[in-house]
Design a protein. Structure first.
Length: 574
């Protein structure tokens, strides 16, 4: 209704003007305002403004004369409803939040303010109610709370809330003397999928994995995402170990069918570790949630070491083994700064002249307590932790400095082969690191040889080949180590710009007793020569092996028959 401005004149009573303004102000409010009769049984509504009708969808004939209870529904909090009733009965002010319902059945959140209205005798005759629609605000608050406890990508719980849930379920498991199992699930080679198809595809895969696992869960089970590609499943009621195994098998079945990532169909496997609380064994011992998760993580790591796509239960043996590994990894971090690492050199001989024509550089770790630690033990640890990069760079630079010392005054300089880890080789900064080291040490590039294995080609074959070509253009030669142990060696040799191959010692070991190994070795040498490649045989330990290798026209020989690896100070060169 339009306001008649002529009604507001000085001749009109002030009360009328104020009452009219008040009515218009209340009707114009964006918030719902109601007046409740305090003197009539049931406390009915006697007035509601336009905003109330717009918000609720009701007509005045459906509202006036009725109690506010008609706004409540099945999910309205009884405590909040009772607080409204109590305030009206005791003529008190009230501010509360309550879930109300519109006429069409949809719910919305109200922030309710109720105040009593007194007459001239201080008797409560009515209540004024202001109902603010705070649905949007409430949704934001609930989303913030949800984000604090859930992974936004998959909708699973996050790690912090998982620990709370594990703690809660452990208490129940002890009280009910029920076995509880926790499954640590890690996708195998997830990084390779991310690198190959992009982060969006990787995220899509994680959502599909979570969806498939969630479809298997029973009420009370909990799934959490605790890391990039790691999930934890908490099953609070497990009958026995056999059922625990069956649950693990169901988890593995999640990965039986390929995942569709856009136009690509991807097959993925997972390694699963299991830790359990069994009250029948330790009734009075309740493990910490963090410990149980850590134990399952250890078991998962053991499943990785066993070849992936497997399931392992946690045991104290696993715990002691991994604890020792973690300690060794930490000590390896200090080994470089504390000068515990040293380079040894093993001569490589020309098979015809029986004279030293090259050296291989080998890394050794002098542990202050354990003595000499085998490279087979600490190199994999360094690769897993990423420590192989700074260690490998130190080895390369120290080897280049040693090469300058070795060749000082020599008429014919010796080349030195340095092993390069796949992790180090695939670093974006690798080529620049080689250039910088060569510049600092002043080494002749022809005296440096880098040994790689086929594993450097697995992650990004094209990039690896480009890197080898660049090294070749810098004058640095590259050789292929452990030849014959991979599945694709022959295929790689067609286009790989290497100048030398090193036959793995496993072929050399049995050539005197195994005609097949001898034939294979002879075939490798013949093929390599047709490709203009130099052949080195590793692991030569007796003269019979050496003679057979010479008869096969193998170019270079290396092994204990001639010399064991020695530090530079004790190196004897003929």
């Amino acid at each position: 209704m339009d306001v008649d401005r002529n009604r507001f004149t000085e001749s009109q009573p002030l009360e009328y003007s104020q009452g009219y303004l008040l009515e218009r102000a209340v009707q114009s409010s964006i918030n719902s305002i109601v007046i409740i009769d305090a003197l009539v049984s049931g406390r009915p509504l006697v007035y509601a403004n336009a905003a109330f009708y717009r918000t609720t969808g009701y007509h005045p004939t459906e509202v006036l004369g009725k109690s506010l209870h008609f706004l409540q529904g099945p999910d309205s909090d009884p405590a909040a409803v009772n607080s409204v009733i109590h305030a009206l009965e005791h003529h008190q002010e009230l501010k509360t939040s309550i879930l109300n319902y519109r006429k069409d059945g949809t719910s919305y959140w109200n922030e309710v303010h109720i105040s009593p209205v007194l007459d001239a005798t201080n008797k409560v005759t009515h209540f004024i109610g202001v109902l603010l629609d705070v649905s949007d605000k409430r949704a934001i608050e609930e989303q913030l709370i949800y984000n604090q406890t859930h992974d936004p990508l998959t909708g699973c719980l996050n790690r912090s809330h998982l620990e709370e849930r594990v703690t809660h379920d452990l208490v129940l498991a002890k009280r009910q003397r029920q076995m509880l199992a926790l499954y640590y699930i890690d996708l195998d080679k997830f990084k390779a999928i991310n690198d190959a198809f992009g982060i969006n595809c990787g995220d899509n895969l994680l959502k599909q994995v979570a969806s498939r696992i969630l479809a298997l869960l029973d009420p009370g089970d909990t799934l959490a995402r605790v890391n990039a590609d790691e999930f934890v499943l908490l099953v609070p009621e497990v009958d026995d170990a056999d059922e625990g195994h069956r649950i693990a098998q169901r988890l593995q079945s999640v990965f039986a069918q390929p995942f569709q990532l856009g136009e690509y169909s991807i097959t993925v496997t997972a390694s699963i570790g299991i830790a359990a609380y069994e009250p029948q064994h330790k009734v009075n011992v309740l493990p910490a949630a963090e410990s149980l998760i850590q134990h399952a993580d250890m078991a998962m790591y053991q499943a990785k070491l066993a070849g992936r796509n497997t399931v392992h239960w946690f045991s104290q043996q696993i715990s002691s083994q991994l604890s020792e590994k973690l300690l060794l990894r930490q000590q390896l971090h200090d080994a470089l700064t504390q000068e515990q690492l040293e380079l040894y050199y093993q001569p490589i001989l020309c098979s015809d002249k029986q004279s030293v024509c090259a050296l291989e550089c080998l890394l050794r770790w002098h542990h202050p307590e354990r003595g000499m630690v085998s490279p087979a033990e600490f190199i994999p640890l360094a690769e897993e932790s990423g420590q192989i990069v700074p260690i490998g760079n130190w080895v390369l630079e120290q080897a280049c400095r040693d090469i300058m010392t070795i060749n000082k005054g020599r008429e014919i300089p010796l080349s030195v082969a340095v092993n390069i880890s796949a992790v180090q080789f695939t670093q974006i900064t690798f080529l620049q690191t080689v250039r910088d080291i060569m510049a600092r040490t002043g080494i002749d590039p022809e005296c440096l040889e880098l040994e790689i294995t086929e594993s450097v080609l697995m992650a990004d074959e094209d990039r690896a080949i480009d890197t080898i070509h660049t090294l070749d253009s810098m004058g640095v030669r590259v050789s292929l180590d452990d030849f014959g142990t991979g599945y694709s060696s022959l295929a790689y040799l067609r286009f790989l710009p290497v100048h030398k191959i090193k036959i793995d010692r496993s072929f050399v070991r049995e050539i005197a007793h195994n005609k097949r190994d001898n034939a294979i070795l002879s075939g490798i040498v013949s093929m390599a020569h047709k490709l203009n490649l130099i052949v080195v045989a590793e692991g030569v330990e007796d003269e019979v092996q050496a003679q057979l290798l010479r008869e096969s026209n193998c170019d270079l020989l290396q092994g204990f028959l001639y010399a064991k690896p020695q530090p530079l100070a004790r190196l004897v060169l003929k």
